[in-house]
Design a protein around this ligand. Structure first.
Ligand code: SF4
Length: 105
């Protein structure tokens, strides 16, 4: 989404983005030129259209990792809503606390 991409480009890169594979991912975003409001729907509004744009995006994983690393609380990033990203953050936090060598169920 253009507004987010502009925001990202203004921010210094942090070490927290280590899972991002392509440092130039923003330039390949499927949402370039798409109305940014689509990715920031009102509470309770559909996210289907935004997720549809993300679905075919080649940098979806990098976008999602960026949002997770930077604690993006609003909007659709990497095809996921705030709630979906919160679940991933929680699952990763739990996995990080687990002693190494212990497999998850
Ligand atoms: S995954 Fe979605 S929000 Fe992220 S860059 Fe691609 S189209 Fe834009």
């Amino acid at each position: 989404m253009p507004q987010q991409v502009i925001q990202i480009l203004k921010q210094p890169t942090t070490g927290a983005d280590s899972r991002i594979q392509d440092p130039d991912w923003q330039s390949k975003a499927n949402c370039l030129g798409v109305d940014p409001d689509l990715f920031f729907p009102e509470r309770g509004a559909s996210t289907k259209e935004a997720k549809g744009v993300c679905k075919g995006c080649v940098v979806r994983e990098d976008c999602l990792e960026y949002a997770l690393a930077n604690g993006e609380k609003f909007g659709i990033w990497g095809g996921m809503s705030e709630r979906e990203r919160r679940r991933i953050r929680r699952a990763r936090a739990i996995a990080a606390r687990r002693p190494s060598g212990v497999a998850s169920a």
